[in-house]
Design a protein around this ligand. Structure first.
Ligand code: FAD
Length: 455
């Protein structure tokens, strides 16, 4: 095959492997740099490409779930990793779970044997400025490269977070129990910016007990050693361990809040703050936690008003390196300041395995278009991939936090559908139709004509 040009891809994880493959299949020569096994990240345990660092689930595969929609879009876009995931899938009900070893081994084999890809096991210390390059070095980018990305982006630091609070969908909050109010009625919005979940003393005590008894995710050595680990965001389980009322004097303090149903101040209150512009997502304020996800869900559903909460992100902790994409990237994944540089994967602020594969695919596809002198492609915002890329490149830069695929980031439907199931099915249908049409218009030779069977 005649080679179209050479591209450097940094990082042989989920995004980098997908990006390298997409370029190679379009006739480009790729040098894929992966620092493992020479240098480990602290979370990966093997030398394989596409290693899943934690869960082996790639999310629900159902068509009316956000991750199911993203997976279908990836199939339409002929994703290598999606294909391997299906071939190495394990029985897991509605979830797409894979045999992690078989998955990573297959990714490694396909990449290693591709005639257009040269795999180089070496740490990249700096982003080459004079060649086409895709940076896909992940949340655990090596220190040297992190420093270089800081000078490349001109920002004094990359955005690290150690602990994050859970996010729930607004529609899953029971507003017959929860109520809107700001402390002391402050703020411009008379209705109140915060959603408050009030607790009686008994409810608070039961909650604190459950938090104290919960198991937390064991921290890996590299996280334990991080000197900045708990800076400014102590997890709720640590606060609960300090004393019976530490939470009630901390993130759950009820001062300045009156429950309109009792006319009294609750014993404690859990506050939720809007997390996106359209108000479909709310984060639980000050509730950063490292409690295991199954127990975390159960414990948070003890909060009055959150009994049926749907979580789009659980509270968690780990080192995370991500750039401030809203100020640095276009929604094509291209770096605004240098057109030969693209970013992909978790370093862009897209969260979740499949989201990372998807941005790798988009960066690879757009790098190919750029090198061929074609216009770059922005997937429609009504698709899950398009919405994710739009979100991370248009969010409020000041408090930018990573986001995973969810229906809350899609633009509203033309008509209101009350039933949640039907609404999600409508989002899904719109996303897949729009993705098919966009692919057909794209005229990319590698993407074959999409048939009904691909749905
Ligand atoms: C501890 C932890 C647990 C997570 N658990 C989950 C989960 O359960 N479910 C989920 O959906 N998401 C999870 N994530 C988030 C995210 O989906 C994964 O981290 C995902 O692997 C990110 O994909 P990526 O391609 O961006 O990065 P990675 O898959 O991490 O790939 C980046 C690659 O770049 C390499 N690299 C780094 N620096 C250099 C360098 N200088 N030179 C050369 N190579 C380099 C690394 O060795 C790595 O192989 C987790 C993240 C972390 C950190």
């Amino acid at each position: 095959m005649a080679l179209n040009g050479e591209v450097i891809v940094i990082g042989g994880g989920l995004a980098g492997s997908e990006a390298a493959w997409q370029l190679a299949e379009r006739g480009f020569s790729v040098k894929l740099y992966e620092m493992r096994p020479e240098k480990q990240t602290g979370a990966h345990v093997s030398d394989r490409l596409g290693e899943l660092v934690c869960s082996n689930s790639l999310g629900s595969k159902l068509a009316d779930r956000a991750s199911g929609v993203l997976q279908r879009e990836l199939k339409l876009l002929r994703s290598l990793l999606m294909d391997i995931a299906e071939k190495t899938a394990l029985p897991a009900g509605g979830a797409l779970a894979v045999d992690r070893e078989a998955f990573a081994s297959k990714v490694t084999e396909v990449i290693e044997t591709h005639p257009n890809i040269m795999l180089i096991r070496e740490e990249v210390l700096a982003v080459p400025r004079d060649r086409p390059v895709i940076v896909a070095s992940g949340p655990l980018t090596s220190d040297a490269l992190t420093q270089d990305i800081i000078s490349l982006t001109g920002q004094d630091r990359l955005y690290f977070y150690d602990a994050i609070s859970p996010i729930v969908t607004a529609e899953s909050i029971d507003m017959d129990i929860a109520f809107r109010a700001n402390r002391y009625g402050r703020g411009d919005n008379e209705e109140g910016d915060y959603i408050n979940c009030p607790m009686t003393r008994e409810e608070y005590e039961r909650f604190v007990e459950a938090v104290r008894e919960a198991e937390t995710i064991e921290l890996r050595d590299f996280e334990r050693d991080d000197p900045n680990f708990f800076e400014g965001c102590v997890p709720i389980e640590q606060l609960a361990a300090r004393g019976d009322n530490t939470l009630a004097f901390g993130p759950m303090r009820p001062i300045g809040i009156t429950d309109p149903r009792t006319g009294k101040r609750p014993y404690a209150v859990v506050q939720l703050r809007r997390d996106n512009l359209i108000g479909s997502l709310y984060n639980i304020v000050g509730f950063q936690t490292n409690i295991r996800w199954g127990q975390q869900r159960e414990i948070l559903r003890m909060i009055p008003g959150l009994e049926n909460a749907e979580f789009v992100r659980m509270g968690m902790m780990h080192r995370n390196t991500f750039i401030n994409a809203p100020t640095l990237l276009w929604s094509t994944m291209q770096f605004r300041q240098m057109s030969n540089v693209f970013f992909a994967g978790q370093i862009t602020g897209v969260e979740g395995y499949m989201g990372n594969v998807a941005t790798g695919l988009l960066a690879g596809l757009n790098m190919a278009r750029q090198l061929r002198g074609e216009a770059l492609w922005t997937p429609p915002q009504t698709t899950m991939l398009g919405a994710l890329c739009h979100y991370v490149t248009h969010a409020e830069p000041k408090d930018f936090q990573p986001m995973k695929a969810n229906f809350g980031i899609l633009p509203p439907l033309a008509t209101r559908i009350k039933s949640k199931r039907e609404r999600y099915a409508a989002y899904s249908e719109r996303a897949l139709n729009d993705m098919k049409q966009a692919i057909e218009k794209l005229g990319d030779g590698y993407l074959q004509h999409i048939t009904q069977a691909d749905m």
